[in-house]
Design a protein around this ligand. Structure first.
Ligand SMILES: Nc1ncnc2c1ncn2[C@@H]1O[C@H](COP(=O)(O)OP(=O)(O)O)[C@@H](O)[C@H]1O
Ligand SMILES: [Mg+2]
Length: 168
């Protein structure tokens, strides 16, 4: 069900997924937690690259943190790019000091957040990506707090304006 709490969109290309990330990244002001779910290849890292660009980072800077657990990017608004893929059953996220990042001023983005959902703050923006076809992905965003409802509303406006201006 579509409400102001959710945004459901089909992305037809990696570029579009990145662009959606950029539009989202432009709206972040610090303290946000974005929890990403979706199988391997669904586009989580592609979306994060877009988010980073929206926050003002260069495209090449962002790489998948699968082997390092966390990548920290320093900027006016720091980005903490976390991957829970290898965390399951190994370490308690709180043991690695993960909660410090969340209380920091930056933006926290977690890939494979659904692997350790108990470590994800209740107030977060959940984004689930789903593989549909070779280049088609379903992206569903769910606001778990008021601040994310506002972001979703703004994002809908931006996406709508972009689409309508593309038609003309
Ligand atoms: N619409 C799309 N959105 C995102 N990625 C796509 C899309 N179509 C094809 N792809 C491809 O799927 C792969 C997604 O990889 P990645 O973003 O690393 O996924 P994940 O981090 O979820 O494993 C990339 O090779 C990308 O080019
Ligand atoms: Mg990834």
């Amino acid at each position: 069900m579509a409400t102001k709490k959710t945004l459901e969109i089909i992305s037809p290309t990696p570029e579009q997924t990145e662009k959606i990330g950029t539009l989202l990244g432009e709206m972040l002001t610090g303290g946000e937690v974005i929890a990403l779910a979706g199988e391997l290849g669904s586009g989580k890292t592609t979306l994060v690259k877009g988010i980073a660009q929206g926050m003002g980072f260069k495209e090449q800077e962002v790489v998948s943190p699968s082997f390092t657990l966390i990548n920290e990017y320093d900027g006016p608004l720091p980005l903490f790019h976390i991957d829970f893929y290898r965390l399951e059953g190994e370490k308690d996220p709180f043991e690695i000091g993960f909660e410090e990042y969340i209380s920091a001023e930056g933006v926290v983005v977690i890939e494979w957040a659904d692997r350790v959902p108990q470590a994800v703050p209740k107030d977060s923006l959940w984004i689930t990506l789903r593989y549909l076809e070779a280049e088609r992905r379903e992206i569903v965003m769910r606001a778990q707090a008021d601040r994310y409802e506002k972001i979703i509303e703004e994002l809908k406006k931006k996406l709508y304006n972009r689409n309508s201006s593309q038609k003309t």
